[in-house]
Design a protein around this ligand. Structure first.
Ligand code: URA
Length: 230
């Protein structure tokens, strides 16, 4: 019988407990749950989305609504499950407008995103993934570069301070909206970007090297980009 997955990670578990008490930005006031993240904390690949929606806020789990189901399908189309990767978000509490009394999801503000880096960055530090897959533009702007252009720059490797390289893909909520307009709405790009990120993450892990002296993040991103042997 094969050994069960070991998803324990004391540093991450302690961080999760601390995050539950967070009041660093206004989002804490209306949240039901802090949606910290889940999956395999020893995975070489971390997916970072935008932030929890209604279902995620209700359940405390990332990507469990309609967009999450599409993400699960895209993982499955790569023969992957949530147990193969770690999934979290740029902000850990639901961002919504309450002006009409009924919450309407919205993108997190710069202030909310900046406040939540106090959880996201140590979280990534504890997991120390080989590759980060930014799911959607807000995540890529937060972790790759401020002026990231998702349609032009998705699917390419970039240097990243929090992993050996990072790559961005379309957000499944965007793909769902596009599917209503035409064709696969970019679903095949989402599946392909996951495949690229997973392959690079495993190649980098196999190579087992910590970044060596003289080997900067840029050279790793370039190496992966060119498909050279790692
Ligand atoms: N969208 C996200 O970006 N994250 C979630 O957890 C759910 C929907």
């Amino acid at each position: 019988m094969s050994a069960p997955f070991d998803f324990s990670h004391p540093e991450l578990d302690a961080l999760r407990l601390d995050a539950r008490e967070c009041q660093s930005c206004p989002l804490h006031a209306r949240r039901t749950h802090v949606v910290f993240g889940e999956g395999n904390p020893h995975s070489p690949l971390v997916l970072v989305g935008e932030g929890p929606g209604e279902e995620e806020d209700r359940t405390g789990r990332p990507f469990v609504g309609r967009a999450g189901k599409l993400l699960d399908q895209a993982l499955l189309d790569n023969s992957l499950t949530r147990e193969d990767v770690y999934i979290c978000n740029t902000v850990k509490c639901r961002a919504a407008d309450w002006a009409t009394g009924k919450p309407v999801n919205r993108a997190p503000t710069d202030l909310e995103t900046a406040a939540c880096r106090k959880w996201l960055l140590p979280q990534l530090g504890a997991i120390a993934p080989q590759v980060i897959l930014c799911v959607g533009a807000p995540s890529a702007k937060n972790l790759i570069k401020k002026d990231f252009k998702i349609t032009a720059e998705r699917g390419k490797y970039f240097p990243c301070a929090f992993a050996r390289t990072a790559i961005a893909t379309l957000h499944p909520a965007y793909v769902l909206r596009q599917m209503n307009i035409s064709g696969d709405g970019g679903y095949s790009l989402l599946v392909g970007d996951i495949a690229k990120a997973w392959e690079a993450a495993n190649k980098l892990r196999l190579r087992k090297a910590e970044t060596k002296p003289g080997e900067d993040a840029m050279s790793v991103a370039e190496t992966v980009q060119l498909g050279l042997e790692l």
